[in-house]
Ligand binder design. Sequence first.
Ligand SMILES: CC(C)(COP(=O)(O)OP(=O)(O)OC[C@H]1O[C@@H](n2cnc3c(N)ncnc32)[C@H](O)[C@@H]1OP(=O)(O)O)[C@@H](O)C(=O)NCCC(=O)NCCS
Length: 199
Amino acid sequence: MSVVLKEVTDAAEIEALVPHVYRIFQMVSRGAALGWAVPPGPDEVRELLTGVVEGAVTGEAALLIAYASGGDVPPPAGLDPLTTRLADGSTVAGLGYWRRYSRQTHRPHADLERVAVAEAHQGRGIGRALTEGLVASARKAGIEVLTLDARGDNERALALYRTLGFNEYGRLVDFVAVGHLRYDKVFYAIDLRRPWPRL
Ligand SMILES: CC(C)(COP(=O)(O)OP(=O)(O)OC[C@H]1O[C@@H](n2cnc3c(N)ncnc32)[C@H](O)[C@@H]1OP(=O)(O)O)[C@@H](O)C(=O)NCCC(=O)NCCS
């Protein structure tokens, strides 16, 4: 399997992405911590992607898509293998984006949101590649501090972010409500004004 990362800057590409991203976000119904209690519908996905890609044109945001091809990976159970593939035979294996803060006094900074890798593709380095790519694109765009927040039980994601140089700067105990369950909300940040920590 080969994986290619691509930054989406053309709004014309959104429509083809919507069903794929919609399917990836269905992982919310299986417990994935992406900030939704129930997965977003196609219209909400379209609106989300449109907002981010519009921002990409003006340096407000960046949307990174991981395309996988040469797949030995079956589609998630219950999905039609044909409709999970794009016209070129590749599949959307994952995505993530960052967005600049809208508050005037926070304008140099951005928030990394919704890094998600389709379950069938997890554990193969795609999440790491996507996050590294998003950090690199934020740095290139002149973002000073890149923040993110994650659910406290999402150790897999938190471990990944720590290895990329993110540090915890705060925690709200029992803040995230999923039904009657409560989880910590953990705040991480990386200061991009400093040299890349992994070099
Ligand atoms: C978190 C997520 C994006 C990681 O993507 P991935 O492609 O599976 O991760 P990678 O294969 O790149 O692994 C990255 C790191 O994750 C951790 N990790 C991966 N698989 C793991 C596992 N089975 N158990 C524990 N940690 C694991 C490791 O720290 C790994 O580091 P390594 O490269 O040194 O081994 C993915 O699991 C996902 O989409 N999760 C659901 C949505 C979500 O929680 N998003 C984050 C919201 S804050």
